[in-house]
Design a protein around this ligand. Sequence first.
Ligand code: GDP
Length: 320
Amino acid sequence: MNRDSRIYVAGGETLLGAALRQRLCAGGFANLCGAPRDEPDLTSAGQVEDVFGEARPEYVFCAAGRSGGIGLNQASPAELILDNLLATAHVLDAAHRHGVTKLVYLASACVYPRKAPQPLRVESLMAGPLEATNAAYATAKLAGWQLCAAYRQQYGERFVTAIPANSFGPHDDFSPDGGHVIPALMRRMHEAKVRGEPQLAVWGTGMPRREFLASRDVADACVFVMQHYEGKQPINLGGGATLSIAEVAGAIAAVVGYRGRLWFDDSKPDGMMLKMLDATPLRRLGWRPSVDFRTALAETYAWFLQHAVKEGPEHVRAAV
Ligand code: GDP
């Protein structure tokens, strides 16, 4: 991939898609296909075909498909699995038929079996049952990896799968019930601060631990993988901060300035108790994260105040 290459980020409006577009532009890769506001409906084969036919991308990052937190996974598993299966199938098949030079497919850390040894190594993939709270979405992501593997095997395509740690940053889904833990708690704490609420419920026991990477670090790792990794096995994008949900909630409260009491609502699910990727292969190739967790939290809150809060309820808008 060089500065003149035609590059398409499928799912350019998602958390990771937006970070990728920004990283590519900042790195001088100016020949990006499409604009996020004109993003086709990737679940429509015809619309994906039109993009590839018109833009003829040489390099593709596939960040396509809906995703969300534990709440959305439980409320809408059918929507999540279908959206991801369709979007991934359409993008990968179009990339194959239109002769794309190389594609990086983004899976998710939830593809690992619930009881896989930690830190999570790619050898554990498909070696046990998935975590029940996100099995539908994870199955679609595993299917995406297998599609890449099948196109590699049958047609020799350079389709590479990358598995990012839990990511967060600007352009995330800040909905209180559907978002991942960081954006969802950020919105809920912001609203609790504005309303002067004395306490706030954090879902689960607060004890699960997650590895977090800033979306701009994930984007940087994806570009690195496009340039330096050709392997058949997926590659973990990790090396970030591993924190308990209680620590995450405390860090968000500090950034938001919420001084109420945090309590843990253990009627809500914890999901996996630990999710931490073994990032040794990526580190050996020469990549490591560079964004500090709290700096990235502050950037995310600044973006939320500027953009996402506008979509919030009237009283929250009025208070900003
Ligand atoms: P996961 O990594 O797939 O489990 O996805 P999430 O980001 O949704 O959740 C991570 C952990 O944060 C789980 O243990 C949740 O119970 C916990 N959590 C605490 N408060 C919240 C919240 O407001 N929203 C979400 N999504 N998770 C929360």
